[in-house]
Design a protein around this ligand. Sequence first.
Ligand SMILES: Cc1ncc(COP(=O)(O)O)c(C=O)c1O
Length: 471
Amino acid sequence: MKADHRNTPIFQRIKQFSADSPLSFHVPGHKNGTVFPHGPYEYFEEILKLDVTELPGLDDLHAPNDSIAEAEGLASDFFRSDHTFFLVGGSTAGNLAMILAVCSAGDKVIVQRNSHKSIINGLELSGARPVFVSPKYDKEADRYTNPSMSALREAIRKHSDAKAVVLTYPDYFGKTYPIKEMIDLAHEFHLPVLVDEAHGVHFSLGEPFPLSALHLGADVVVQSAHKMAPAMTMASFLHIKSTLIKKERIAHFLQMIQSSSPSYPLMASLDIARSYLATLDSAQITSILHSTKNVRDLLQTANYGEVLVADDPLKITFHVKQGLSAKEVAGLLEERKIYPELVTHNQILFIHGLKPLKQVEALKKTIKSIEEQLKNRPNHATIEIAKLFPQPIQELALSYQEMNTLPYRHVSFTEGIGHIAAEAVTPYPPGIPLILKGEMITAAHIEIIEQLREQGVRIQQREKGIRIFSK
Ligand SMILES: Cc1ncc(COP(=O)(O)O)c(C=O)c1O
């Protein structure tokens, strides 16, 4: 029987539960919102009614057999997976679980170097031995994108004893690449392919969006529903479609990584997001695309930069003119209460929602109004990042096991050159480590970090300088 994607079983069940005015002698301590400070309650009231726990009839994320199982089943039907897991800890939880499910201490795993820190953290937690494949520097996009097929082939040939290939698709800016060829190559060597598709949940809509890696043969695909679909922050999916990986292993690690009290509003929002995607009709999609084109065209009229070509129509990347700082341009937008998603040293990323934008006039005015202010800005040097990954394939200088036994000390960035980093240095967003824990620190790393900091890019660190291993 054809699934009815208007259904939202988790949401319907908790809505019914709350409508019965239940008396709570259980957690959470806000007791359906009745124990909550008065002022904030006005804002939280409706959501607190839905913030329940594993009561009879409400199912259990870690052993689902009722409304959560039904909701995961509907998601699996829409995304065409063998099984879909609901995640309440973001794609972060999914990325950790998929890596832990396939590799143990000392196992080799082939990984795209410019991966999100959750992938890198998964490698460290598992104690695996990563073989990193460097991304290409894409001159047109003016940033690093995906690894080349030839580098991946070389890595797989040299390390065919690896346990998996881990790729990111699309990148933060919505750029895709011929991932199918890479998946097919890995499968020739019986290697499962795990894909961090945090930015691609809407790819399952199909044309005119790019195809999801899940439909191109990947074994496990993780998607942040909260990034590109209407789900609450942290709500994400892990899809499995594989003869190489067992669903039970993923489930095992997910119940270790995720809370034993997963949030029902988050799970219900996943249910709603799937229903939203699955019931979008072609007229709605056409008007969304029309709206993305309007925003693109508007930005293109600005004399302080240009819009780059994108594979994902919802991602709009504005490349600021040479000499200007993207941070400064974004700052002027933010002063006018327009908040982009991400600002690098030279690009500003705008994410369009899955609904036509209403505030087009306001955006138009703002884009024009900041032209004047940008006229007399001092010139910023261009940051030359193309030298960041000189080797197509690289391994860490130390194994994670060795790193666990070594003492470390804290030094200035410059003193760190020529030493092995004992912590990652990560510009955030996008959350891709510029230096990895266990990587040799080079002068090029430090030069780029200093320039990024000068231009206001946020580096995620608790202390200035860097920790290095003392050998
Ligand atoms: C490529 C990529 N993977 C994974 C994540 C982590 O996703 P989440 O915030 O859902 O944990 C992010 C977050 O920005 C990301 O950009």
